[in-house]
Design a protein around this ligand. Structure first.
Ligand SMILES: [Fe+2]
Length: 230
């Protein structure tokens, strides 16, 4: 299994190329922005990009879809239905963050309308990439249509912005819910097993076991509504 990470955007987002090393079939999980380096990596390594697989619709995870789709027009583009409004609303997303229209070009956020999605993720589906098999798990809370992709035979899970080393995804953006996120993490990530490697949308890799024991949101240190750690 090949996993190559590119840190892109002002948000330091982890864009990943994940491939089957036997068949060279590949996916790109969350292309954050248009990147010639990313495109070159796929071509130089003789990978066949079969899909752009989106964990959720935030701009720092989908902003490079247009560029990558133009470079590899046969690649599917897949997102859960619950985040379609974010994806197709990409040109407006920076404005909702308080960025002024005249600032967009300077920040590289003057997004065109993205290409049409090929289809939607379904919770519970198995998505095959060569000999890799990803189970697709709907994990709402950070956004309504967030999914994580788990390759169970390799004990690896790609969690987008649900879970980070020592933290969890923010839930204060429109469509976010702390209660939903905690339920999603418990049911669809922690249940995979302590030995699973966790690949987050921002920051370093971690494991399920390490987060269970040290992450203050998961080990009982922090309790929402109390306003403090204790
Ligand atoms: Fe996000």
């Amino acid at each position: 299994m090949i996993i190559e990470t590119f840190v892109l955007t002002a948000f330091q987002q982890n864009t990943r190329v994940v491939a089957c090393d036997e068949t060279r079939k590949a996916i790109c999980i969350d292309p954050g922005e248009g990147s010639d380096e990313l495109e070159k990596y796929i071509r130089d390594n003789d990978l066949e990009l079969q899909a752009i697989t989106l964990t959720h619709g935030h701009l720092d995870h989908v902003g490079g879809t247009t560029h990558l789709s133009k470079a590899f027009p046969d690649a599917e583009i897949i997102l859960h239905q619950g985040d379609e409004h974010l994806y197709y609303g990409l040109p407006q997303q920076p404005l909702f963050m308080g960025i002024q229209p005249e600032q967009l070009a300077g920040l590289g956020m003057d997004y065109a309308a993205p290409p049409p999605l090929t289809r939607n993720w379904e919770h519970g589906e198995i998505y095959e990439v060569g000999n890799l098999r990803f189970s697709v798990r709907h994990c709402p809370g950070h956004t309504p249509g967030h999914v994580v992709l788990a390759e169970e035979s390799q004990a690896k899970v790609f969690v987008g912005d649900c879970l980070f080393l020592g933290s969890i995804g923010r839930t204060d953006l429109p469509g976010g819910s702390y209660e939903q996120l905690m339920e999603s993490i418990e049911t669809n990530i922690l249940s995979l097993g302590d030995d699973f490697s966790v690949y987050s949308g921002h920051g370093p890799e971690t494991t399920v076991g390490y987060e269970k024991s040290t992450n203050p949101f998961l080990n009982g240190t922090y309790q929402i509504g109390k306003g403090k750690f204790f």
